[in-house]
Ligand binder design. Structure first.
Ligand code: C2E
Ligand code: CA
Ligand code: CA
Length: 567
């Protein structure tokens, strides 16, 4: 990393003398004639050591050092003032801005050795913790910048990693404990080679730069050297929490424009590792950035989609396994964008979730699904259930329950005909708040279903606390069911567990008769999947109502429907 010293003095002859003195030093020397110019340099160049005169036109040297300290706290700062300048000494002490106080005229060898010491102190301070080889963010970016501006950059790589499922782990053990744990297992100054440096970016994320001596063959080895300690110490404090990491990395190429580019590519690879099934090493590929750009295009188009009414709903029937009648349907959003064509919910829901947009989209879905339902079944004595997906982010909106209530009133639908599908991951995140919201929803008379059951964080322990009516066994359990007895047993147990708790079971993603027969044998209640029908546009749904006529409700439900109609 380049070591740069800035000398500030209003006397040109002094600056010239200093430049001569340091001409053969390993440092780059910059100079400025006053505090204002010096600050401009400090803001743009990563200065390691600042040496300033005290008495200058404008700000004093002590004032300059104080301002410089707030810009680059890790920089070493020295005052070089005229002899007997008591005021300079006092002010520097009061401002706490100078590390050293030297007097003119200086002794050449003393000045050189003071500057060497200041440089060594700066090296230490670049690390967030002096005993650990952990740079802070600014120093890290500087270091990467430096390394990629050298020739032959193809044997440099930036690695980005963090704790998998950080939010949940942090909830479980507390942020303090997790932070201490990560600090404990971070490399010390001696534990890794000098070619490897790590930085800590925030509570969870680490970044590292690796400089290889020769070709990239040993890159994987170096990467695992770097994260090995984190993986080895994976059980946190004897608790049953185990830590795994997601790792992304990017090898520099001659086209790598800047440190920020390289780091953000490693970050992109890390994000891919994060969303993959198993915690993994992901090597950055250029299509990942293309995907990111596509995401950006989707995000900007999304803003108009609702206003321009580009969304429609498709409906997929849920069939009662015992008698082939229609239990209900799941409303699934489709986006027919004027500029992008058909966009899958997989490609835009998670983007809408990043912003407030999901609240309005979700509200539109609920309103449209209920409107449609009343149009189809409002006059009939049989009332199947319409299910709507609710994103975790919507539930965090404090006005959510109110909005549900007003949609129900607007269409005068029996609240029990609406079911909200909520993914499991949300429920563990903040169990207390979630329980309150779910109970408020239940109080409206709306049904609740756990979506994607089995894919989230271990969940059986709190299932009995949740006011849910239905549990949807995720497609990923149904799909491999015919592969082995073991996989079938898992499904069988999930069904039994649900029934023990008085919860109905829906199996989703049922595609063939074999799966259907097994599920029937296990006592599964409701089936959703291509075997019966894929999601269809509203215009095609009448055919399905005919094919699977909804079940005539039992006496109790019947009365409710009657009451609703006469009201
Ligand atoms: P999901 O809630 O798990 O919905 C089921 C998905 O599985 C649907 O994909 C459906 O088309 C598909 N599917 C149904 N049966 C089968 C089958 O037998 N085999 C296979 N391979 N797939 C089947 P879709 O419609 O593309 O929706 C994807 C996801 O997008 C949904 O997953 C849901 O998480 C989200 N989503 C859809 N509509 C909405 C919405 O209105 N609001 C929110 N927040 N999310 C939505
Ligand atoms: Ca769903
Ligand atoms: Ca699902």
């Amino acid at each position: 990393m380049k070591k740069i010293i800035l000398f500030v003095d209003d006397e040109q002859s002094i600056l010239s003398a200093i430049k001569r003195l340091f001409r053969k030093s390993p440092y780059n020397i910059l100079t400025a004639g006053n505090a204002k110019d010096a600050l401009d340099v400090i803001r743009t160049v990563p200065i390691s050591v600042l040496v300033s005169d005290y008495t200058m036109p404008g700000e004093t040297g002590a004032e300059l050092l104080a301002m410089a300290k707030s810009i680059r706290p890790e920089m070493s700062r020295i005052i070089l003032s005229g002899n007997n300048d008591q005021e300079a000494l006092l002010q520097s002490i009061n401002l706490g801005s100078a590390d050293r106080f030297l007097t003119k005229p200086w002794d050449d060898s003393e000045l050189i050795s003071e500057v060497d010491n200041a440089m060594a102190a700066w090296e230490e301070k670049r690390y967030t913790w002096p005993d650990k080889k952990l740079l802070n963010q600014t120093s890290f970016i500087q270091m990467v910048d430096e390394l990629i501006s050298e020739p032959e950059t193809t044997n440099r790589a930036v690695i980005y990693f963090g704790v998998r499922d950080f939010e949940n782990v942090q909830q479980l053990v507390g942020i303090e404990e997790l932070r201490n744990f990560l600090y404990e297992i971070s490399p010390t100054l001696n534990s890794v080679e000098s070619s490897v440096t790590l930085a800590i970016l925030d509570d969870n994320n680490f970044c590292g730069i690796i400089k290889l001596e020769n070709e990239a063959a040993s890159l994987k080895q170096k990467i695992s050297d770097l994260i090995e300690p984190f993986l080895e110490a994976s059980a946190l404090d004897n608790q049953k929490i185990s830590i795994s990491l997601d790792v992304g990395y990017c090898v520099a190429s001659p086209e790598t424009a800047s440190a920020i580019d390289l780091i953000s590519n490693a970050l992109t690879a890390y994000q891919h590792a994060k969303s993959s099934e198993s915690g993994n090493y992901v090597d950055y590929q250029s299509w990942m950035s293309e995907k990111k750009n596509y995401d950006r295009i989707i995000e900007s188009n999304l803003q108009h989609a609702l206003k321009d009414i580009e969304f429609v709903l498709h409906y997929q029937p849920k069939i009662n396994i015992s008698n082939n009648t229609m239990h209900g349907a799941e409303a699934l959003i489709r986006w027919n964008s004027k500029t992008l064509g058909m966009v899958s919910p997989f490609d835009f829901i998670h983007l809408a979730e990043r912003s407030e947009a999901i609240n309005d989209i979700g509200h539109w879905v609920m309103n449209e699904a209920i409107r449609q339902w009343v149009e189809w079944f409002g006059q009939s004595e049989v009332q199947p259930i319409v299910s709507v997906n609710v994103s975790p982010r919507q539930l965090k909106d404090f006005s959510f329950v109110k909005r549900v209530e007003s949609v129900l009133q607007e269409h005068s639908i029996d609240p029990s005909r609406l079911e909200l599908e909520i993914t499991e991951s949300l429920m563990v995140e903040d169990i207390k708040t979630t329980l309150k919201i779910l109970n408020d929803i239940k109080a409206l008379g709306v049904a609740l279903s756990i979506d994607d059951f089995g894919t989230g964080y271990s969940s059986l322990s709190y299932l009995n606390q949740l006011p849910v009516d239905t549990l949807k066994i995720d497609r990923s359990f149904i799909f491999p069911m015919m592969e082995s007895e073991e996989k079938r047993r898992l499904v069988k147990n999930l069904i039994r567990l649900g029934h023990d708790l008085g919860i109905d079971i829906v199996a989703e993603g049922v595609e063939d008769e074999q799966q259907l027969e097994v599920l029937k044998e296990y006592g599964c209640d409701v089936i959703q999947g291509y075997f019966y029908s894929p999601p269809v546009p509203s215009g095609d749904y009448a055919r399905l109502i005919e094919k699977f006529p909804p079940q005539v409700a039992d006496t109790q439900d019947f009365q409710q429907v009657g009451m609703l109609k006469s009201a």
